[in-house]
Design a binder for this molecule. Sequence first.
Ligand SMILES: [Zn+2]
Length: 464
Amino acid sequence: MKITKQKGTISGPYRVIIASKKIDKTLTKEDQKLLAEFNKGEAEMEQISSLNEAFFLVKDNPDPEKIRKQGAEVRSRLKREVKSLAVSGKSESLFYFLEGFLLAGYQFLKYVSDKEKKKNLLQEIVVSDNFEDKRIKELKDINKAVSWARDMVNEPVSFLSAEQLADEIVKISEQSGFSAKVLQKTQIESLKMGGILAVNQGSIDEPTFTILEYKPKEYKNKKPIVLVGKGVVYDTGGLSLKPTANSMDIMKSDMAGAAAVAGAIHLTALQKLPVHVIGLIPATDNRPGLNAYAPGDIVTMFDGTTVEVLNTDAEGRMILADALAYSAKYNPELVVDAATLTGAAHRAIGEHAAIVMGNADEHWFEKMEQAGKSTHERVVRFPFWDDYLEEMKSPIADLNNLGGASAGMITAGKFLEHFVKAPYLHLDIAGPAWLGKNDAYRTRGGSGYGVRLLYNFLKNSVND
Ligand SMILES: [Zn+2]
């Protein structure tokens, strides 16, 4: 998608004006009249169309999310054959409008045979020349990184094995200039990452452990921030097999945390943020085949902790625990993980937010909540009291991997905390990572949730 700037009046058969109270005098007299009328009315949007023309009037709004949604609305009304759209408005409003518009235009057509008949043909967006070049670049980068994350989540496991996911991360690392090193099974074995290896036992595909690092010449944090993303490329539940409906049928999305982390580091590198960040992506599928790990097994993890497996469907914490323990090697300022970890999180708050918990200082929570507000990838804080750890103890090992019947999202978080040395934030994104239907600019399937959140969080973390 090209975004080009135009001096003077924005024109063309397909155009949008984001109307503020003060009427732009560079507009044609006719448009000025239309706008004055529109401003008097109640409607948030008006569409004036004829056969080969569409003119959208959109009311400006101080709430960025309202403007993003108007962008998505225009995308849904615009015919797919339209090749060029002109948009004018105040710079901030233009940014949010186009953010919503571009994200709403996402399509996953790789496996559709008549994709030419379905593809949006828009090639160019023309904007008023008050729009800064660096904002245009940021918009494009956001769209690129979120679309990548959505693609990863939407790809079925028949394509996206753990090794393929690692390859895809290497590809984007070459585009944006972060480094990506992929550890193969033999290296994972020599590191004794017992959690990852246990989960992988039932699969014929090998696990991977990908280490991403973005370290620009100049960065503001003294110690790195480590992001860890759950990369279960497919979760059958293992021997504790899941039912299909509304459960296993969407489990290609169980690597959405990995997509969010890699997407956010990609975006951070594209935008050259002055922050030193490391990403750790443990990846495998979870299957009941071969010598699959079994309920009752006791697994020795990377850090030596022993875990009694009570349910093989609680595999995310098994692979994350190894990655979280591995993070100590970087002596990080903060460790954040993102994982589609528990059904409990999804049931508690639905698809509209992720759950955040942890033991990091208040200011880290504030930065995360702030990032959630500004991107509308919201987070809700849950308690993290040690009482919840009691249920994760085992009489015959150090921990068990299941916990009790209630507060599953918190007991899972407490299990993970055991393995982290640094201050820690845990994001359970099981709710918002996958959407059953379109929700404005959040398209059905993989939502890309977490890319914009973590990118903004990193941005906030170096801008005090
Ligand atoms: Zn599972």
